[in-house]
Design a binder for this molecule. Sequence first.
Ligand SMILES: C[S@@+](CC[C@H](N)C(=O)[O-])C[C@H]1O[C@@H](n2cnc3c(N)ncnc32)[C@H](O)[C@@H]1O
Length: 857
Amino acid sequence: MAIQKKHAKARLDKYYYLAKEKGYRARAAFKLIQLNKKFSFLQQAKCLIDLCAAPGSWLQVAAETMPQKSLIVGVDLSPIKPIPKAITFQGDITTDKCRATIRGHLKTWKADCVIHDGAPNVGTAWVQDAFSQNELVLSSLKLATEFLAPNGAFVTKVFRSKDSAKLEWIFKQLFNRVEQTKPPSSRNVSAETFYVCRGFKAPKHLDSRFLDPKYAFAEVEDAAVNNEAKVFNPEKKKRKREGYDEGDWTQFHEAPASEFIQTQDPIKMLGSLNRLHFRQEDNGDIALAALDKLPETSEEVKECCADLKVLGRKEFKLLLRWRLKARNRFGFRQKKSANPAAGSNATTAVGTADDAAAEGAERDEGVTVEPMDDEMKLQEEVQHMKDLQTKAKRKERRKDNERKQKETTRMQMGMMVPSEIGIEAGAPLGDDTTFRLKDVDKADIGRQITRGRMHTLVESEKKTDDSEDEVESDEEGDALEEQLDSMYAQYQEKREDRDAKAKAKRARKEANNDHEDEFEGFGEKGGNKAEDTDASSDADLIEDEDDELDTDEEDVELLNELRPKEEKKGALSGRAASFFQQDIFKDLDGLDDGAESEAEKEQDSGVDVDSPPLKDAEDDEEEAEEDGIELAEEDESDDEIEDVHRSDEEDWASGDEAPDAHEEGRPNIDIITAEAMTLAHALASGKVTKQQLEDDNFSKFSHRDTDGLPEWFLDDEGKHSKRQRPVSAEAAKAIKEKLRALNARPIKKVREAKARKTMRTARRLEKLKKKSEGLAEGDDLSEKDKANSIAKLMAKAKKSGGKSKRPAVKVVKAGGANKGSGRPRGVKGKYKMVDSRLKKDVRAEKRLAEKMKGKKR
Ligand SMILES: C[S@@+](CC[C@H](N)C(=O)[O-])C[C@H]1O[C@@H](n2cnc3c(N)ncnc32)[C@H](O)[C@@H]1O
């Protein structure tokens, strides 16, 4: 074959070198090897004909692979150097002479396999090459039908072209199984492909036209191009699977716009052309020049004409209308529709400016395309839009679900915090600005708040929000929520299994929740019962009012107004009660004494109090509570066993001892965090006042509406969405020192063990004393003997420490000299035989015991 020199180097690929190495005459050998590997047609073949075999690499492969004593015949236009086990001759496979020669070689044999790798030696135009090659394929197929045994195989190379489908159809008529493939060694740039046809049907009579290129490749008349579809449904692009028209080299077609005005078939032009141009040729097209100047020929029309392939329905209609108007101007004769069904309605459409004009364009001048029914088109369009919308919605929903799922997983893995998924970090002017009472007062909202209007407002807002939410929430959303909740519950369970701390935390939280449900986070002791939870929520709105409210008489009245009368008597909400414990309210009637509210405070934030209400330190405490300052629970009088109370360990503490919150009239406060220490320091040094602290407490963290929020969300809120308190270096250092001191103390168990030991020693000494006294009082021993006996007793007690020594057990390894039963040689006293089996058994037993222990827990 003719190979261009400049491409020759690029063609020397691995198969070329492999062929050289293996001694094949051409790299084509690998194509046959790979085909045979896939379809195994050579192994069983006893007789093979290779058509177009030069230089002979396929013959080499066939000779290698086929059984010994097989008959292999090769033919080519070019001479083939002799190949062992193969008969070769020169000839043209399209001739009868070649056929006769093959017959001569085969004699009575039939071929099991005919292979064909022919390529015409022309190398001119590709189309010509392809056609000659396909002709060659037909010639080889003709020979195959003559020489193949029934069920035989025909393997051929085919150049992909518009005729290859016809060839395939013919193969399928003659063979049971036809497969098309391209082996890896066949270059991608090459249009060649291989057909492996197996199971030759060996028909007795074969229509000669089957194998006649004139009939086989005869042009079937193409189905009419549906130009109407192209124009009315331009969005639906159809792929050119059947290939492009022969001779249509540029794939770009244009025509003068005047031609479009004059044509009888405007739809065909719009469907087939790429551009309508207004270019003036040398000969000067007057019609075109006039058309260009027409007022109807707007810039938009020209733009549309410039690229017809990108136009949509609207633009095509515009062009059709423009055409009609132009025709009207030029005085072209308007014909009646050729479609008789259109009847009288199909008169000229000129002059109408709506869609009918465009549709009319198809009807005039005898255009034969059927107009599309307007209503149908509209319906189709609406349907199409609907489909698109549903599709887009579905896609969005799917994406949303996927995103949510991902976020949950990421949160479970601790890769993100809720703030990353849209929880706002704070008010625009800082966390503290949102609820600053001063600003509230300036806006005269304070009054409304104290009158409880805000509450109503919030309620109604909430209601509307809720109803909106209800409308928005669809079933899918609920299902997703449920899924997320269950996933989160599973995750929590797993975590608790792994981590005892997490379990304890949850238990604590549940306990707290119980309390909260009961009474908004206040303790039992105060006696304020759950019946005023409603009131408490009201009170939430006004709790911790700032100084201005405290001192303003009118405001105080307002505050009182807010409470229902009976509540004032004995059922103040926890927070409100604590608020009214301040000195400033001492003289006010109708407020409860502080004893109960102290206990409430205790529950509220983990401060343990068991004493009459505090006076000056009260407010500071309240603030301190939130920051981790705890009233110590230790019973200092108990030197032996001492509880170190930490918030983490609350669950494990017995909690039955009443803590002593005061020492010598002062609160016994234990500061356990650096934040609390910083705050305490700031309070003590007067850097902040209690009023400021109260004011600061009104922030986005104070009140949260947690109704309906998923558990995972609340958990994460609790973890991350809390106020960051400043920590000073000194405070951090002080807490560190304190913790070091705490850690230096022995733990409870050690102290208990020590105490037990001391007790045992005391008991032993008591015994010893009694014995010694008995000895001393006896008369049967001399004084010297008595002294010796007592000394011996003392020494023994000292040595053993009260423990009786157990005899040591000797461990003897089984096996070797210690095989069999009986006492091993040279071993005295107690002994134990061990072997590897025993070791394993003991370990297994231990494991099991531990497991059971874990389960019991
Ligand atoms: C790609 S080569 C075949 C390579 C061969 N399969 C091998 O493995 O060595 C194509 C061959 O087809 C041969 N050929 C083309 N037209 C032919 C014809 N009409 N009769 C016989 N051989 C022909 C060419 O001479 C050329 O050697």
